[in-house]
Design a protein around this ligand. Sequence first.
Ligand code: ADP
Ligand code: MG
Length: 564
Amino acid sequence: NTPSETLGFQAEVKQLLHLMIHSLYSNKEIFLRELVSNASDACDKLRFEAIDKPELMQGDAELRVRVEYDAQARTITISDNGIGLSRDEAVANLGTIARSGTKEFFSRLTGDKQKDAHLIGQFGVGFYSSFIVADKVTVRSRRAGLDAAEGVQWESDGQGEFTVAQVEKADRGTSVTLHLREGDDEFLSGWKLREVLRRYSDHISLPVQMRKEEWDSEKSEQVKTDEWETVNQASALWTRAKSEITDEQYQEFYKHIAHDFSDPLAWTHNRVEGRSEYTQLLYVPKQAPMDLWDRDGRRGVKLYVKRVFIMDDAEQLLPNYLRFVRGVIDSADLPLNVSREILQESRDVKAIREGSAKRVLSLLEDLAENQAEQYAEFWEQFGQVVKEGTGEDPANRERIAKLLRFASTHTESPAQSVSLADYVGRMKEGQDSIYYITAESYSAAANSPQLEIFRKKGLEVLLMSDRVDEWMLSFLHEFEGKKLVSVAKGGLDLDELADEEEKKQQSEQAESMKPLVERLQKALGERVKEVRVTARLVDSPACVVVDADELSPHLRRMLQAAGQ
Ligand code: ADP
Ligand code: MG
């Protein structure tokens, strides 16, 4: 054994540890879920690496997770025979946070315990949750393929430093030993641990084992035997029949794969048969992840092939505008040695992507129809991303159009709650267009002089101010046969909606204004294309419009800002 080395945690880890211990204490049993989840991931990774290198299994191919406790020593140990960690991996993975969205997470912390606890949950607590109940954590690990002498021991009290040392470890894999804090003795019970494991880890596809206990009548207490027994169902959740899965199990499975702390908003679970065969279990999260807008943020779902884990974040299995969806797709057709490059080209993958997009759209349609409140929540978090679908997924454009929600002069609220169908349902007799305005903010849109005539005539206008809106509008030209028309475009034909009296008045006005128009035209000269009398203003004296076939003022400003 070499002497141990002391290293410091990355500053963010220190901060996270401090926060976690203080804000998640009321939820402390989640440490067990996180550690079993990691053990299960480690076994998945080994199984995957062993496809090419079967020797990694070293004659021990029955992957499992074991949970033990020692009431005297006041420790709990979670061990696995998965991929293990080398010394460098232990230092990198257990001393830093290397995740997209980290900066965003720390910038959003408020100091308010409850709000922060929520944020931490969303960010993912992971391994560091050990320190909620432990004042010392010892990890012993050996990477698959390395010699027994090349084990690593990592130890920390979670205060700011950790030590690593090379140790002898007879078997492959990782064991995490928690030295419990004063007062957390409730976990030193086979009954309590089983209860927590069943609640949080029943969906884990590997056996989670504990030592069998028996009643010792001499000692008059439960004593542990040498025999191991499996305490969870130990079958991949998505392969079970829907009727045999409880909501709670679906929810826990989501937390495991999404590294999220909150329950999902909705899910869809299907076995698809026919030309291509796969099972999908897809979830819509409640909240947008911190990295939703990062170019290198996590996207996609976990890919399994015939129940063997292949990769995380297989972004090819869903269109980009559904990048917030988490879940598992288990294909019966793809080869086990499938790579990201192959995924890009595979016809099977194309079929899966199309099928999955349809399923998610159905799920969202169902929410929109039957659970308006939840759909509103969804839209607030992910609406801007869904709008991208109008351009990205032409085959489903109509379905996506129905899912869109907007702010509108009808509600006079910045909340995006009006669907195109709602709008069409409220259209006036003789109105054949859907009117909208785009601007840099909701209030700029809502207060635009362009709207005066529409308000006066009682015509609804959709108020658009998301960055993606202009882009969306370049793909979305109509809805149910009704054209989408910008109120900022010239020559807007509202005549259909004017009554006889108004029409007469308008042409008289135009006549009497002629001299003024000519003077204005002269004064403005080259700076405008044309000056004309309009009926579209009510209180404001003038407004600038663009021709029907030109870029809208807002888009022009955006392009100019982008240097184009
Ligand atoms: P996450 O699971 O979201 O990646 P964690 O904080 O739970 O984050 O774990 C951090 C990293 O530590 C993991 O990604 C993995 O590389 C490593 N790790 C944790 N537990 C184990 C384990 N039992 N076996 C192998 N590696 C592990
Ligand atoms: Mg984890």
